[in-house]
Design a binder for this molecule. Structure first.
Ligand code: NAD
Ligand code: WQD
Length: 348
């Protein structure tokens, strides 16, 4: 059987780290990316880290003909689907752009997969699908309730994938869908080589790249969004996960899809998080201690739409995917800094 994985969005932050882990685990890798939010240099670096080659197609996943060509040319056995847009604020301003890319794009991909009879899929979902819940440690069975258009695209795609899988039960099929919905918590960090990492366009929205750019002097001051939350130090608490641990979780998911566990097909969600919550101030402190740099910050009003605190219950991923995080917050900080110092202008 072929062991070739098509990685959509493989030139991006998480996708590039997944390519490294796939190549190192012995898979062949084909990447499709339109480079809307990434640089091809990331894939050169993936090859440099692994000493292996991958195949790259520059195309949009909404381009049916391009996808058909890829599935015809390459002997693909499964798909990791990272391609998508991810900026929450932009999704509120331009919802259609997000539904078109994330939802319609996935539908085109599913058509191409069906056509090629490739039925194994690992989907990049997000903890953001949970919305507001009374408990702060999230289990996969909590109700879905995304609160912004970006989150709703993830929730909608999850539902589409569940429906695709359910439809197998109603018709005879040789090849049932085998789908893992991976709900990431807050991915940060970079590959320990310092060759690949997060390279955001413009001013970052997320905490870690913002902290890094303040520490290196690119940005003046971090705003800590709220210090009056009902959390130990009043700042927001999140479950930060090292991107390499996250990438390894994807390889574990592919292995599970190809094993007995998914023998009869199915679609299942898994939290990928550490199961620990750190506050904004704790992350800043860890950063200052590790780098010896001061992070200039001020307390600012709460950011609209932010929840006070949540983190993963990663128990199901441990039980069924045999996956757990290996890296600590200090590793996440050290690797982020290493990447930043070695690549002050990102991939440019
Ligand atoms: P990223 O922007 O670095 O990577 C996404 C990649 O997809 C980019 O290389 C981009 O050029 C490509 N792309 C976008 N639309 C495309 C299209 N229509 N056709 C082809 N390529 C396209 O983002 P990331 O942080 O690596 O996130 C990867 C996935 O994980 C996304 O689906 C995102 O929503 C999801 N996710 C990310 C986070 C996070 O905090 N980074 C958290 C949860 C889920
Ligand atoms: C973390 C904490 C902020 C910036 C987002 C998306 C989510 C997922 C991951 C894709 C919060 C605080 C932040 C700043 C701050 N992405 N903060 N100052 O909001 O948990 O999740 O990324 O699926 O969908 O919403 O991550 O890094 O933006 O914020 O004080 O300048 O840092 O309030 O408590 P978030 P984040």
């Amino acid at each position: 059987m072929s062991n070739t994985v098509l990685v959509t969005g493989g030139a991006g932050y998480i996708g590039s780290h997944a390519c490294v882990e796939l190549l190192q685990a012995g898979y062949s890798v084909v990447v499709v990316d339109n480079l809307e939010n990434s640089k091809i240099e990331s894939l050169n670096r993936v090859q440099q880290i692994t000493g292996k080659t991958l195949t790259f197609f520059q195309a949009d996943i909404r381009d049916k003909a391009a996808l058909a060509t890829i599935f015809t040319k390459e002997n693909i056995s499964s798909v990791m689907h990272f391609a998508g847009l991810k900026a929450v604020g932009e999704s509120c301003e331009q919802p259609l752009k997000y539904y078109h890319n994330n939802v319609y794009g996935t539908m085109v991909l599913l058509d191409a997969m069906t056509e090629a009879n490739v039925k194994q899929l690992v989907f990049s979902s997000s903890a953001t699908v949970y919305g507001t819940n009374p408990q702060v440690q999230y289990t996969e069975d909590l109700p879905i309730g995304a609160v912004n258009p970006y989150g709703r695209t993830k929730a909608m795609v999850e539902q589409i994938l569940i429906d695709m899988s359910d439809s197998d039960k109603l018709k005879p099929t040789q090849t049932p869908w085998k789908i893992a919905l991976l709900r990431y918590f807050n991915p940060i960090g970079a590959h320990e080589s310092g060759l690949i990492g997060e390279d955001p366009n413009g001013i970052p929205n997320n905490l870690m790249p913002y902290v890094t750019q303040v520490a290196i002097g690119k940005l003046q001051q971090l705003s800590v969004f709220g210090d009056d939350y009902p959390t130990p130090d009043g700042t927001g608490v999140r479950d930060y996960i090292h991107v390499v641990d996250l990438a390894k979780g994807h390889v574990k998911a592919i292995e599970a899809l190809q094993s007995e566990k998914f023998g009869e097909g199915g679609c299942k969600a898994y939290n990928l998080g550490a199961g620990l919550g750190y506050s904004v101030l704790e992350l800043i402190q860890a950063f200052e201690k590790m780098t010896g740099r001061k992070v200039n910050y001020k307390i600012a009003p709460r950011r609209a739409g932010d929840l006070p605190e949540y983190y993963a219950d990663p128990g199901l991923a441990l039980k069924e995917l045999n996956w757990n995080v290996e890296k600590t917050l200090d590793d996440m900080v050290a690797d982020t800094w290493n990447w930043q110092v070695k690549n002050p202008q990102g991939y440019n």
